[in-house]
Design a protein around this ligand. Structure first.
Ligand SMILES: [Zn+2]
Length: 136
């Protein structure tokens, strides 16, 4: 019943350009790269989003994100890199299996991953500060 392409990668049914693998985690090159060396790090087990993975497995995963980020940056001689992680379709998650993007960045590469550019008003910040704190 598994149609999930990243589960198939985790099980070895599809073989991507692998750059790291251990018992629980695999990292490979994104076939739709935003930049040369753009890589993905995923748990082999299926978790839809960041909210679904158990804490201990997330700790392992983020350590590999760090390791792969360092390697990608060195290999591509990038000036920096973005770690991008989308949750659900509305946020741009194309494959509903938790994954971290590692995107090497170069000075003046023109890649637009821009966040907000308009400064928030104080009362709006106060509103969201208290509302989000209630849910922590
Ligand atoms: Zn999956």
């Amino acid at each position: 019943m598994t149609e999930c392409v990243f589960c198939k990668i985790g099980k070895g049914e599809i073989t991507p350009k692998k750059i790291y693998e251990d018992q629980n985690i695999i990292a490979f090159l994104d076939i739709f790269p935003a930049a040369k060396g753009h890589s993905l790090v995923i748990p082999k087990k299926h978790y839809a989003t960041l909210l679904d993975i158990p804490e201990m497995e997330l700790k392992e995963l983020i350590q590999i994100v760090q390791k792969v980020g360092a390697a990608v940056m060195k290999a591509t001689q990038a000036d920096g890199f973005n770690v991008l992680q989308n949750n659900k379709e509305a946020a741009g998650q194309a494959v509903p299996h938790l994954h971290f993007h590692i995107i090497p960045r170069f000075k003046d590469d023109g890649l637009k991953l821009a966040l907000g550019s308009k400064q928030s008003e104080e009362k709006e910040l106060v509103h969201w500060e208290s509302l989000i704190k209630e849910h922590i």
